[in-house]
Design a protein around this ligand. Structure first.
Ligand SMILES: *[C@@H]1O[C@H](CO)[C@@H](O)[C@H](O)[C@H]1NC(C)=O
Ligand SMILES: *[C@@H]1O[C@H](CO)[C@@H](O)[C@H](O)[C@H]1NC(C)=O
Ligand SMILES: *[C@@H]1O[C@H](CO)[C@@H](O)[C@H](O)[C@H]1NC(C)=O
Ligand SMILES: *[C@@H]1O[C@H](CO)[C@@H](O)[C@H](O)[C@H]1NC(C)=O
Length: 436
């Protein structure tokens, strides 16, 4: 680098290293939690939205929160190809604990539902090439009323590490003040680091903090690998819509902080459940890819349609979500009922999403100019465009001044990827698309 070259003689080795460190610090002002994890958004499965807090296994043996449920999901994650497309973290949410700590003050799993213990479950999950996530709470109780970690941060971090846990979702219920909240999230982050085990750290810090004061995302990113900003997701279009609207409203403050090591978390994928139409499932998958969101499914892998499975396992969409550049996408315009989003990808490529927010009528046509995508760079002088959702197809070459026309179903999304090309051997004018 030019700076290093010109000063090497004067500074010597130590000085050069210090200069490099200073340049790096300057280049990455929003330093991430340096645990080497979550370089791309974590992918996996989390029980909450689909399985909630069923603790009565005699009444509902197939759906209660038990080691059996997680072992079955682990088996399916391997046999049904989920692991091989990237879904790696199998995560327990609230309601795994016994109602009290053991005689040494340690958290313990409910003995009836997790008779083998969490360490054995972790071994099983690791033997499948997967990783285990667990759940705890920064306050005096978990949201469902099980023991909280307040006063036990170090001990709980050590307990999780000794069990072989790979990810911690740390909730924010029963915490009285913003200062205790911030102190708790930071202390747990340091405690996890001290264990020496690599543990992805998922925070709900901004979600609870914003009830009382504006979150400082620069600070949050220094302690957490990803963080929830908004209320729990439901298996309903209304819920997806609210997450998207909130994210868009705050995108100027959210987008820049995301990157390798730290991500905004719009909560679980509910694709494959009951509440979303096909087009709404497409919208969730496409927009979670645009937002560089963790992809944590909450569904029943024992009962999922082949269409939902194919959508969740779509490698081209996953590649956008996992793009190594790690830049979060954003909405660039909204006109009438259409939202146009873009996400810069590595190699000068762009992901483009067109969402039709109209909830009445049939498919609608949206026509947009390629000239302004990527601040004028995405298609300059030309680009090739691939449609990825709702179906995969090649849309050919386009020049800088082209318009593109897409037909989008109500509450659905068309997801595209553009790759800039240097030649001008391309079609001009408007390219018409249909859905298929
Ligand atoms: C937990 O409860 C104690 C006793 O009521 C209280 O002093 C403390 O502030 C609480 N902790 C948090 C994190 O709210
Ligand atoms: C702990 O933090 C240090 C310094 O930030 C980092 O180098 C190290 O990899 C971390 N260790 C773990 C286990 O996260
Ligand atoms: C946010 O946190 C960062 C890092 O701790 C700090 O430098 C900055 O001053 C904080 N910003 C505000 C507005 O408090
Ligand atoms: C974004 O952050 C700035 C600085 O903290 C704040 O003044 C502004 O209100 C925030 N905007 C939104 C939409 O949250």
């Amino acid at each position: 680098m030019a700076v290093g070259d010109s000063r090497r003689g004067a500074l010597g080795r130590g000085g050069l290293l210090a200069l490099v460190a200073a340049v790096l610090a300057w280049a990455c002002p929003a330093g991430a939690l340096e645990n080497g994890l979550a370089r791309t958004p974590p992918m996996g499965w989390l029980h909450w939205e689909r399985f909630l807090c069923q603790t009565d296994c005699s009444q509902d043996p197939r759906r209660c929160i038990s080691e059996k449920l997680f072992m079955q999901m682990a088996d399916l994650m391997v046999s049904e190809g989920w692991r091989d497309v990237g879904y790696q973290y199998l995560c327990i949410d609230d309601c795994w604990m016994a109602p009290s700590r053991d005689e040494k003050g340690r958290l313990q799993p409910d003995p009836k539902r997790f008779p083998s213990g969490i360490a054995k479950l972790a071994d099983y999950i690791h033997s499948k090439g997967l990783k285990l996530g667990i759940y705890a709470d920064v306050g005096n109780k978990t949201c469902a009323g099980f023991p909280g970690s307040y006063g036990y941060y170090e001990l709980d971090a050590q307990t999780f590490a000794s069990w072989g846990v790979d990810l911690l979702k740390f909730d924010g219920c029963y915490c009285d003040t913003v200062d205790l909240l911030a102190e708790g999230y930071k202390t747990m982050s340091r405690a996890l680091n001290k264990t020496g085990r690599s543990i992805v750290y998922s925070c709900e810090w901004p979600l609870y903090q914003k009830l009382m004061q504006k979150p400082n995302y620069t600070e949050i990113k220094q302690f957490c690998n990803y963080w929830r900003n908004f209320a729990d997701i439901y298996d309903a279009w209304n819920s997806i819509r609210n997450v998207l609207d909130w994210t868009t409203l705050h995108q100027d403050n959210l987008t820049d902080v995301a990157g390798p090591g730290g991500w905004n978390d719009p909560d679980m994928l509910v694709i494959g459940n009951f509440g979303l139409s096909w087009d709404q499932q497409v919208t969730q998958m496409a927009l979670w890819a645009m937002m560089a969101a963790p992809l944590l499914m909450s569904n029943d892998l024992r009962h999922i349609s082949s269409a939902s499975k194919a959508l969740l396992q779509n490698k081209e969409v996953i590649a956008i979500n996992q793009d190594p550049l790690g830049k979060q996408g954003y909405q660039i315009t909204k006109d009438n009922n259409f939202e146009l989003w873009e996400r810069p990808l590595s190699g000068g490529a762009y992901a483009i999403a067109i969402v039709n927010r109209q909830e009445i009528g049939g498919p609608q046509t949206y026509k947009f100019s390629l000239t302004f995508l990527g601040n004028g760079l995405a298609c300059n002088p030309a680009c090739s465009i691939q449609q990825i959702l709702p179906t995969s197809r090649n849309l050919g070459l386009h020049n800088w001044v082209s318009f593109l026309k897409v037909l989008v179903n109500p509450t659905g999304t068309v997801l595209l990827k553009s790759v800039v090309i240097e030649e001008k051997r391309v079609v001009g004018g408007t390219h018409a698309l249909g859905i298929s």
